[in-house]
Design a protein. Structure first.
Length: 213
C-alpha cells in the first residue's frame, strides 16, 4: 500500500513511495499525452503502435524496478523491526517486572486489577479466573502489542499495553493465554512474528485497540 505518512514510515520507504507516485504522475502526464498526440497525428500507422508499445514498456519496466526495490526494502524493514522488538523486550528479572506492574496498577499479589466501572472503583480478578488474549496490530510500519483480560465467563475485563515488564512477567508467570500460538511466535521468532503482523495484523486484530487501557 502506498503511503506518505512520514511519521510512521522509515525514511527509505517514504522516499520510495514519493518516487513511485512521481513516476505515476510523470508517466500519465507525459506518456499518455505522447500517445494521444501521436495517435492524432498519424492515426493507425506503425509509428503510433511503436510509440504505444514503447510507452507501456517504460511503464511496466518501471513498475518491475519499483517492485524489486520494494521487496528489498521490506526485508530491511522486517529485520529492523525484529531487532527493535528484541531490544524493547529484553530480559528482566521477574521480581522487578512484578514491582513495575504493581506500581502501574495492573496487578496485585495474585490478581489483575480491573476497572469494572462500578461505584466502588477498581476490583481484582484472580489469576486463576482470568483468561488472557495476546493482541497485536500494525499502523503503517509501527507494531502495537497488548493483552486483553477476560473473566471466567468470557466477559472482557479490561486490558493493558504489553511492555517489557508485562512481557517478562507473563513469560515467567505462565498464565493462560487463549491464543498462545501467537505469543509463542512472538517470544521465539520475532522476525517471523513481524512478517505475520505486517501481513495480517491490521486485519485480524486492529479492533483489539479499543479494548486496551
Amino acid at each position: 500500500m502506498i503511503s506518505l505518512d512520514k511519521k510512521n514510515l522509515p525514511e527509505y520507504l517514504y522516499r520510495l513511495n514519493v518516487a513511485l507516485i512521481s513516476f505515476f504522475v510523470i508517466w500519465f502526464t507525459l506518456g499518455v499525452a505522447l500517445m494521444v498526440t501521436i495517435g492524432c497525428l498519424y492515426g493507425e500507422e506503425v509509428i503510433t503502435y511503436a510509440v504505444m508499445a514503447s510507452t507501456f514498456a517504460v511503464f511496466f519496466i518501471g513498475l518491475a524496478i519499483f517492485f524489486a526495490v520494494g521487496i528489498k526494502l521490506n526485508a530491511r524493514l522486517i529485520s529492523e523491526r525484529a531487532v527493535e522488538l528484541e531490544k524493547k523486550f529484553a530480559e528482566m528479572p521477574f521480581d522487578e517486572a512484578a514491582d513495575i506492574l504493581k506500581a502501574n496498577g495492573i496487578i496485585a499479589d495474585c490478581a489483575f486489577i480491573i476497572d469494572d466501572g462500578g461505584i466502588f472503583g477498581k476490583n481484582t480478578l484472580p489469576f486463576e479466573a482470568a483468561q488472557l488474549e495476546f493482541t497485536f496490530y500494525s499502523v503503517e510500519t509501527q507494531i502495537f502489542l497488548g493483552i486483553l483480560i477476560y473473566d471466567s465467563d468470557g466477559e472482557n475485563a479490561g486490558g493493558f499495553e504489553l511492555d517489557r515488564a508485562a512481557y517478562n512477567y507473563l513469560l515467567n508467570k505462565r498464565l493462560k493465554i487463549i491464543n498462545a500460538e501467537y505469543f509463542d511466535l512472538f517470544v521465539n521468532d520475532k522476525k517471523s512474528f513481524v512478517k505475520f503482523v505486517f501481513r495480517w495484523g491490521h486485519r485480524l486484530f486492529q479492533s483489539a485497540q479499543t479494548g486496551l487501557n
